[in-house]
Design a protein. Structure first.
Lengths: 169, 125
């Protein structure tokens, strides 16, 4: 049985997508408290507002010590303007609540999982599913060039960032 | 910001075991998953019988399933133990008082509430 240590941080990771966002809550690197997706059905800033309300709800429920978000001000980031604005809004929200924010770039996630021999998004998701078996049934199928990104992939993205946030300081 | 345990970890353990709320509800002998949902979202505190049933389902002690609730109760008990220790300190010393003081020390051991000089049950000796 895995018990929570006193100094383990609770991390809430948010990974936005076109339909909303995926999230994961981790306590330490071994306890996946919750994960899932939240959808927002609106356009542009209304969508961001809906997402922000849902993020706020999650913060109220889980009272995280750290909020992990993608670092999208790097050159390799291909995030759209709306998602960048949403991420900045979440950073502001976390600052208001006096919660630490960790920004992690995709490259950092890839580098961290490279040790396990995973480089693509699907391979990283597979490594995460092995680490957290409860996620295995939700592993999205291998994506072909003509396929849109599976909504559940954002969950694995969020778990990856949360996992890194529990390790790095 | 200090980190505190969540009120309960029912959802985490349910998802680990792969059960749906309806299935856990069936195991609890309740109708539908609504009750389980209320417990998971801390909208309702389960009865002792239900809490023990959760322990039987997930194989995790109640104090771990309801870590936040347990921590809150433990903190309150330690605080009261400190007060009771001070009250005992004023009473006439006897074998029974000593035994009680020892039990109170066991309750308070390592607690910041009891570590201050005013709250230290060790003073009862």
């Amino acid at each position: 049985m895995i018990q929570r240590r006193q100094n383990e941080r609770r991390v809430l990771a948010i990974d936005p997508s076109t339909r909303g966002f995926g999230f994961a809550v981790l306590e330490g690197s071994l306890r996946l408290i919750d994960r899932g997706t939240r959808s927002a059905r609106a356009k542009e800033e209304n969508k961001n507002r809906q997402c922000l309300e849902k993020v706020e709800e999650l913060i109220d429920i889980y009272a995280p010590d750290v909020v992990a978000l993608e670092k999208c001000d790097v050159r390799s980031s291909r995030r759209c303007a709306r998602v960048r604005r949403l991420i900045e809004a979440i950073v502001m929200l976390a600052a208001e609540r006096k919660i630490r924010v960790r920004r992690i770039s995709r490259r950092q996630v890839q580098a961290a999982f490279a040790e396990s021999g995973a480089s693509t998004q699907h391979e990283i998701a597979a490594v995460i599913a092995r680490r957290f078996p409860e996620l295995a049934p939700h592993l999205p199928p291998v994506r072909k060039a003509w396929m849109a990104e599976h909504h559940a992939e954002r969950v694995f993205g969020a778990v990856g960032m949360a996992f890194l946030s529990t390790k790095r300081d | 910001m200090p980190s505190y345990p969540l009120s309960n970890y029912l959802k985490m353990h349910r998802r680990r075991s792969g059960f749906f709320q309806d299935e856990v509800s069936f195991l609890l002998g309740a109708e539908g998953g609504a009750e389980v949902c209320r417990h998971e979202r801390c909208r309702r505190v389960p009865t002792l019988e239900t809490a023990l049933a959760y322990e039987a389902i997930f194989g995790v002690p109640v104090r771990e399933l309801f870590a936040g609730v347990y921590r809150k109760a433990e903190k309150e008990v330690k605080r009261r133990a400190g007060r009771l220790a001070r009250r005992l300190h004023r009473a006439n010393p006897s074998r029974l008082t000593e035994r009680k003081a020892e039990a109170l020390r066991a309750i308070c051991f390592g607690s910041p509430d009891c570590s201050t000089p005013n709250h230290d049950p060790a003073q009862t000796k």
